[in-house]
Design a protein around this ligand. Sequence first.
Ligand code: VGL
Ligand code: ZN
Length: 178
Amino acid sequence: MSREETALVIADVQRDFLPGGALGVAGGDQVIEPLRARVNDVGLIVATRDYHPANHCSFHARGGPWPAHCVIGTPGAAIHPEIDAIAQLVVSKGMDAEREQYSAFDTGLGAMLHAHGVRRLIIGGLATDYCVRYTALGARQAGFEVEVIAEATRAVDVEPGDGERALTEMRAAGVVIV
Ligand code: VGL
Ligand code: ZN
């Protein structure tokens, strides 16, 4: 498949998901170099961002599983500058306070990519067990060929092994883990 038919999808490389952030993922900063290494293999680079109102239902204050993170208008929501610099399109998700939204394919991204002739996606970013997992599964449902770059993703691992189980689930859905 040609470079023009391939897009790189970089999930949620935002300050709050990086070490020191509100929901920092261990080793999260290590995904940046392997993602940058794929820039010349693709015709389009999409960055997703988790982008929550301050009263989002997933936050502890609402009885949800997570500390407040990636709140719209705060520094923690910012995409890492090295990813921001290469992104040609930024897709926001999680903006509805009443709904969790881990998959970027919940947003109309699939139709946009199809309209641009994209057939294959290379996916990496944060986190393996949430955004990467649901975005890769959503991409398969939307009919794309999907590769996930294992060295370009890191897991939250609320339970040990969540990241590995997510990779197994993705593989079973036809995702190629490289
Ligand atoms: C995510 C935890 C909370 C993600 C979003 O996009 O991976 N994880 N909100
Ligand atoms: Zn979130």
